[in-house]
Write a protein that binds this ligand. Sequence first.
Ligand code: SAH
Length: 223
Amino acid sequence: MARSIFEDKYYHKANRNQLVALLRNRGITDESVLNAMNQVPRHFFLDNAFEKHAYQDKAFPIGEGQTISQPYTVAYQTQLLQVKKNDKVLEVGTGSIYQATILAELGAWVFTIERQKKLYEFNQQQYCFKNKYLNIKFFYGDGFIGLPTYAPFDKIIITAAAPFIPPKLIEQLKVGGIMVLPVDQEGGEEQTMMRLTKQADGTLLEEQFESFSFVPMLSGKNG
Ligand code: SAH
């Protein structure tokens, strides 16, 4: 894994414009999300070998058997999360930091957890290019446990396939807060995108959306 192309050239910007047009065509309507996707150079988050393909609507390998999510998936989850400036957001599954950076671009305070030590360490090293985004904090840990020290959060986003709704994360969500996560469908390869809103009495308002395919959310740290 080598990332050294931290230059944002005219053709990157042109390709990004096309990607945003495609996302709009696929039904993403939130202008703040589309604008964030237009601002953040996705090729910064990929191995150099994929630089030319960074603005295709595809997932790519990022090492340790993990993937950077497809742009449509990132836009879709971000739109459901209804991020507002200064929201405290917990992300499970840092991966390439692309999703975390989109949240940071929207003005959120991002707390992101990764369970793969190599990815976590690589991210720490590579992060220097983004001095622009000082509002992301990195953690090496297990997303099933979350970050009780930093709770409660306005928003929680899980970017790996959850086998069930993690109860500890519900505890760490503010009343009125929103959690967006892909939950495994029974016996299937796919997950249903869910949005949970915590009500004043502690119960959850549950909404279901499209199906997606994520790498699994696994418990415990690796490394
Ligand atoms: N948001 C990422 C998507 C990465 S794929 C991006 O924008 O690139 C999902 C990531 O979740 C993987 O890196 C995987 O290692 C991590 N992951 C899986 N289970 C986890 C858990 N329990 N806690 C924290 N991270 C987890």
